[in-house]
Ligand binder design. Structure first.
Ligand code: SF4
Length: 492
């Protein structure tokens, strides 16, 4: 393997890259844009390398932080290792374009990717220019990799790290090697995050942080990558550890916390204890947001009440559909009795002062049409197009573009418009409306205008239609164009 670092490695940058192209019809990472919370992994991995001497570590998030091309170029030139969380397909294209840019500006740099998408598509990412992929969880393997890079020992194999050299033998990490007790993970270096850029709610004082109190999920929904990534189990931190993290953040001035667990509220006793502690010990001015399974509202009413008392004000609920048959086919195992009670579940949360973001999934092969709920089930309802994600239980059966609903749906463009209008409303939602919302809205509208002029170029759906007709590899061509434009924009 090439020795990428003859010079001494000093500067390690955990990076959410600058967005280098205009996505359409809405920003690619829209969910994070409107939830507006920081990355939870970076402070944790930074802590895992804190005892390595002579390195500087920085966390930057250019989804929110503005930076000129000039300054971005300077930052890239002055950094040695880039660590990027490639979490999902919505950010894949931007990361790919950034890899191209980083390698042009700083060819001797090292790019490390981690996260769900990087793990599932590790070999593809290596082909697209990444140097190393940290598979699954990185607390054990990542510090070894950094230590080796600092010491110029790039030929040493590390369990859980894939490089071009090891791509054949190190395809997937045995999940049994995951850290059993999450209390043994390093205490995150929260102080490295610049919290000025985040807020869950504009109407609540204080900055916003993210915390992770557990990993994985005991359920096995057939469309979801979480069970594939972590296995069908959930490891949890102790209440003592979670409280310690919250108190630390509180001392940093944090008064809003996004709990990023895939399945929070699955350990009702622990969670009740955490919220009760906060209420009894004067930490009652924190606003919380978390994911929530709808059935937990019925199953753990006292817990939900205590959570609301402690400051739970926003929940993100995967409702998926209000048709029990759909839910069964999705393997959600939520029980039709709960699905029929979605309106009541919403009302319970609403009465407790909790704002509900509901997510519907549309486009499964067994769904005939987009279903709108007959009664109110959320304050804001967001629709996502299902696609058969790699390794999920549904992917074997349906993993071919012909099954992508948005290809079968002839009125896709109208649907995109309707969906985007929903997103506009979200942007204007008083719970998240903020000073820059109008700018954001203007940008999005401008994006529309621009897209109308260059429909073929900007519409991803259009790419797929063309691909289906086997004309050209439109996607690769467009990615190439994005890269070319970026290189030009940066004067390279
Ligand atoms: S969709 Fe939610 S409940 Fe279902 S497996 Fe994924 S994380 Fe668990």
């Amino acid at each position: 393997m090439k020795n990428t670092a003859n010079k001494k490695i000093r500067r390690i940058l955990f990076l959410n890259p600058k967005v280098l192209y205009r996505p359409w019809p809405v920003p690619d990472d829209f969910t994070r844009y409107f939830i507006r919370i920081p990355n939870v992994t970076y402070p944790l991995l930074a802590a895992s390398i804190r005892d390595i001497p002579d390195i500087e570590v920085e966390i930057r998030d250019f989804l929110f932080e503005e930076i000129t091309n000039e300054k971005y170029r300077e930052l890239i030139r002055n950094s040695d290792i880039f660590c990027i969380n490639a979490m999902a397909d919505v950010i894949a294209l931007n990361i790919e374009v950034n890899i191209e840019l980083i390698k042009r500006i700083n060819p001797r740099s090292v790019i490390i990717l981690g996260g769900h998408h990087a793990t599932f598509f590790a070999e593809d990412w290596l082909k697209r220019g990444a140097d190393f992929i940290v598979l699954r969880e990185g607390e054990k393997s990542f510090p070894k990799l950094i230590r080796n890079l600092v010491n110029n020992e790039t030929d040493t194999d590390i369990d859980g790290v894939m490089s071009k050299r090891t791509a054949d033998k190190n395809k997937f990490v045995d999940r049994t090697k995951n850290i059993e007790n999450l209390d043994e993970t390093p205490f995150p270096m929260f102080e490295l995050t610049d919290y000025r850029y985040y807020n869950l709610s504009r109407f609540h004082k204080g900055y916003t942080a993210s915390i992770e109190t557990s990993r994985g999920c005991v359920h096995n929904c057939s469309f979801c990558t979480i069970p594939v990534y972590w296995g069908n189990r959930q490891r949890i931190k102790s209440s003592e550890r979670v409280i310690e993290e919250i108190k630390y953040l509180y001392r940093l001035g944090i008064r809003q916390i996004g709990i990023i667990d895939d399945n929070f509220f699955a350990s009702p006793e622990r969670d009740f204890g955490i919220f009760e502690y906060l209420v009894k010990n004067g930490f009652n001015d924190i606003l919380f947001g978390s994911f929530l399974r709808a059935d937990h509202v019925i199953r753990y009413p006292e817990l939900i009440k205590m959570a609301a008392k402690a400051g739970l004000r926003k929940v993100f609920v995967g409702l998926e559909s209000d048709n029990p048959e759909d839910i069964d086919k999705m393997g959600k195992h939520i029980g039709s009795e709960y699905v029929e009670r979605y309106p009541e579940i919403y009302q319970t949360l609403h009465n407790l002062g909790i704002y509900v973001y509901g997510f519907y999934l549309t486009g499964f092969p067994f769904q005939e049409r987009i279903r709108l709920p007959r009664k109110k089930v959320a304050d804001i309802l967001l629709y996502s197009d299902w696609k058969p994600r790699k390794f999920t239980r549904m992917s074997d059966k349906y993993n071919s573009p012909e099954n992508f609903y948005w290809l079968r749906f002839t009125d896709q463009r109208k649907f995109d418009l309707v969906k985007s209008m929903t997103y506009f409303l979200v942007t204007l939602d008083p719970h998240i409306f903020r000073k820059d919302s109008s700018d954001h809205l203007a940008n999005m509208l401008y994006g529309y205008y621009d897209t109308m002029k260059h429909w073929n170029f900007y519409s991803f759906v259009e790419f797929i239609h063309k691909l289906q007709k086997n004309k050209n590899d439109i996607v690769s061509e467009t990615v190439r164009q994005f890269k070319e434009k970026t290189i030009k924009d940066f004067g390279l």
